[in-house]
Write a protein that binds this ligand. Structure first.
Ligand SMILES: Nc1ncnc2c1ncn2[C@@H]1O[C@H](COP(=O)(O)OP(=O)(O)OP(=O)(O)O)[C@@H](O)[C@H]1O
Ligand SMILES: [Mg+2]
Length: 383
């Protein structure tokens, strides 16, 4: 188990800054997801932690020890890649055993024929066998130990890759999009498996993904990266409910948060689409952007109206796409009760509670609000 501390990490490739000063501390035993759009520098940061890529400046500490001069294999971190990087000619057993043989057998003992004649090798192989079989059992892949990677499904290969990482008993696991090659259903299943594995091992997990749903469902904390900067870190609930930057609000949550044009009045009041919302803003008068999540839009009542232009009925819930007349704007509202589905092309009114809005200044930074009245129990929405 390990605590990992990153201080002022900078990295550039060919004169382009890819990481622009990352400060972050990962606590022992945390499941941290690094999320962000493609190209924002997630893999580069993970590779720097692993020692596979040198940073231009800044330090990495593991358990308080600077590791910048320590080569990757001696950092005792295990990396699991998107492609799994299994040896195609080796069985599952041998793939998992590779790190143990590298560590426990001498160069001569590793020789295929001569090595077998050496007296110590048998006993070492027995221990290796026991360790590999123990891991295989934990991961539920015991029946697959004789098969080669080509004879395994994507999910099974993924488990073998995790097994090969586990067998080394690393201080921390580093995952780089390990599920992205799997189909949607298997990905959801493997999420639960990885979260369960983390609970069991209690090891530090650093997990890179551009899939916000993976990050939301597995992690104890999420760190959101954009354009080489780490812009917010927090629990999934904090990141979802309290985004400090509009890029975080828009990246996390599916369907995406709705963003409406707003204007802060001189008295601190807020107008959205020309209608006053009951709250006051702690910012100077001017334009702003107002975010409202799809599940916070109340359909069927409120001061706004839109036309239903698209319906996504998922059975247990539905998403209603509305076009707002005159504003050139589209909104998505989540409907919890699909029996209330409005008709296509119908006109529908909607609103939202003042505490549902998150306001951002033109640079995308969050503006604090004060609700005018304490939150009362509201009547349930009709729809
Ligand atoms: N070895 C390299 N040489 C030059 N540029 C690189 C190198 N590795 C990465 N980059 C660039 O650095 C930026 C960050 O890359 P990185 O792989 O860290 O992104 P990422 O966030 O992992 O993206 P993705 O989600 O697509 O995997 C990209 O613009 C990429 O093209
Ligand atoms: Mg990557």
């Amino acid at each position: 188990m390990a605590q990992i501390e990153l201080s002022a990490i900078r990295k550039s490739f060919d004169g382009t800054d890819v990481l622009k000063g990352i400060d972050f501390r990962i606590e022992d035993g945390e499941f941290i997801s690094l999320v962000g759009p493609s190209g924002c520098g997630k893999s580069t940061l993970l590779r720097i932690i692993a020692g596979l890529e040198p940073q231009n400046s800044g330090q990495v500490h593991i358990d308080g020890r600077p590791v910048d001069a320590i080569r990757p294999s001696a950092r005792n971190l295990a990396m699991v890649f998107q492609s799994y990087a299994l040896y195609p000619h080796l069985s599952t057993f041998d793939n998992i055993a590779v790190p143990l043989r590298m560590r426990r057998l001498s160069a001569i003992e590793r020789l295929p024929l001569l090595g077998k004649l050496l007296p110590g090798r048998r006993a070492k192989e027995r221990h290796i066998r026991a360790d590999v079989e123990g891991i295989a059992e934990q991961l539920d892949i015991s029946p697959l130990l004789r098969r080669k990677p080509g004879q395994l499904s994507g999910g099974q290969r993924q488990r073998v890759a995790v097994g090969r990482a586990m067998v080394r008993e690393p201080l921390a696991f580093l995952f780089d999009e390990p599920l992205s090659n799997l189909d949607a259903k298997l990905r959801v299943h493997m999420r639960a498996e990885l979260a369960e594995l983390h609970r069991r091992l209690k090891a530090t997990f650093v997990y890179v993904t551009h899939d916000q749903a993976e990050a939301m469902t597995m992690s104890s904390r999420i760190a959101v990266m954009m354009g080489g900067e780490l812009i917010q870190a927090g629990t999934p609930a904090e990141i979802y409910n309290d985004p400090r930057d509009i890029r975080v609000a828009e990246f996390i949550g599916s369907p995406k948060i709705n963003v409406l044009p707003g204007r802060i009045r001189k008295d601190g009041g807020l107008d959205v689409l020309g209608t006053a919302v009951k709250l006051s803003c702690q910012a100077a008068a001017g334009e702003c952007r107002v975010g409202v999540r799809p599940e916070r839009i109340d359909l069927g009542a409120g001061p706004f109206s839109g036309t239903v232009v698209h319906l996504e009925n998922l059975g247990a819930e539905a998403f209603v796409h509305l076009a707002i007349e005159g504003a050139g704007l589209r909104l998505i509202a989540r409907l919890a009760d699909v029996r209330q589905l409005p008709a296509m092309a119908s006109s529908i009114t909607f609103g939202f509670a003042p505490d549902a809005v998150r306001i951002f200044d033109p640079a995308g930074k969050r503006i604090e609000i004060r609700l005018e009245q304490p939150e009362r129990v509201r009547e349930p929405a009709h729809v």
